[in-house]
Design a protein. Structure first.
Length: 132
């Protein structure tokens, strides 16, 4: 997954960027970025006026967070496994540390069970909805 990074535009200062620039680069809302900061997933420093400043590699971390949420992991699990996300040349990859591999395998099994349950519900509904 290719991730945009700060190019030293007007919103960057000393290797950091403000939340608006991070939102633009990552395609993630400011509200979500604030949530990530509050959850300890994405760490920002604060100016004297309280504005958040994120490191230049923050878009890569945001992409990792988004990917883990797409896996169906909750914030606690994302926080635990975020160190397993490794970057090289601003590309997101997951180094499969054993704990992350196990969590993803469990999540996949859970999704499979849920699909089976939903298919059974669909068949039950179809039996009553399909004219016959």
């Amino acid at each position: 997954m290719r991730v945009k990074t700060a190019g030293g535009g007007p919103a960057t200062r000393g290797g950091t960027m403000r939340i608006g620039q991070l939102a633009q680069l990552s395609g993630v809302s400011r509200r979500a970025l604030r949530y990530y900061d509050e959850q300890g997933l994405l760490v920002a420093t604060r100016d004297a006026n309280g504005f958040r400043n994120f490191p230049d590699d923050a878009p890569v971390l945001v992409a990792a967070i988004q990917e883990m949420y797409a896996f169906g992991l909750n914030s606690e699990m994302v926080r635990r496994f975020l160190p397993c996300a490794r970057t090289a040349d601003h590309r997101l990859t997951f180094e499969m540390c054993p704990q992350l591999r196990e969590a993803l395998a469990e999540r996949r099994a859970e999704v499979t069970r849920r699909i089976v349950e939903l298919a059974a519900q669909q068949r039950a509904l179809d039996a009553h909805l399909v004219p016959g």
